[in-house]
Ligand binder design. Sequence first.
Ligand SMILES: [Mn+2]
Length: 286
Amino acid sequence: MALIQAGLIDQLKDELEYNIHYDGQVHSYSELIPKEDPDYRNMKNPLAVSAVTQTLSKQVYEHAKEGRFVLTLGGDHSIAIGTVSGTAKAIRERLGREMAVIWVDAHADINTPESSESGNIHGMPVAFLTGLAAEKREDIFGWLKDDQKISVKKLVYIGLRDIDRGEKKILRDNGIKAFSMHDIDRHGIGKVMDMALGWIGSDTPIHLSFDVDALDPMWAPSTGTPVRGGLTLREGDYIAECVHETGSLVALDLVEVNPSLESEGASETIRAGCSIIRCALGDTLL
Ligand SMILES: [Mn+2]
C-alpha cells in the first residue's frame, strides 16, 4: 500500500509508459484467514499462508498467461510461493520453457519445515518452490504441483549474508548458485551480475524476487529482518537494471517493505523499493 501511495503505479504509467492492469485494490486476503490455524510440521500459520499463496498463484498465472509482466508488491516473502508458482506454470504453457529465478535477499529462505528454527514460512518459500520441501495435505501447500515448481539449477541468489546452518547444507548438497556479499566485495556487482546471468544462460525467462532486506539497513531499515553489511542503493538498482537489460524478465516481486517498523526510516525504504521496481522495468539514469 505504501509503495502505491508513494505514486509507483503512476510512475510506471506516465514515466515508463506501461499499460497497467490493476484492480485498484490492495488485497489483504483477510477472508482467507481461518479462525484456527495450529502449527503443523513446525510451520506457523500454515493454513493461512497456504490459502493466500494459492489464491495469489492463480492471480499471477492468469496475468502471466496473457503474456503480461507481473509485478507483485509484498508483504512477507512467503508470497513468492504464490508468485513464482504462478509464473512458472504460465511460462511452461506459453513458451514450453522452464524459467529461472533470481532471488535477491540477505537470507536464503530455503529452510524446510524441519530445518527451520523459527517455523516462519517466510524462511521456507524456496524449499517449497524447488520441491526440496513438500507436503501431501492439499490445504498446506499440497496444491503446489510439479508444473508450478522450479529447478534448483535455475535458481541464483544474490546478496546473501545471514544463512542458517541447515540452509548452508541445503545450498551445498544441491549445488545451488549463490553470490554472497563476500562475492560482491571480491568481484564487484558488475562481475557478479555477469556471472549470475551467465549461469542462467541467455534467452531464459527470469522471475526476479527482490527482498528489500538485501539492501543495507542504512537504505532500507523498515523491514522485518534487517541484516547489516548489505547492498548499497546503487548495487540494488544495478541488479534490477541488468536483469531488465536481458529482455527476459517476466515477473518481479518486491517484498518485505514494512513502514510500521523503524517508522522514521519508512520513507527511505519506500523510496528504495520504488527505485528498484522502476529500474527492473526499464528506467535508466541517462
Ligand atoms: Mn526473503
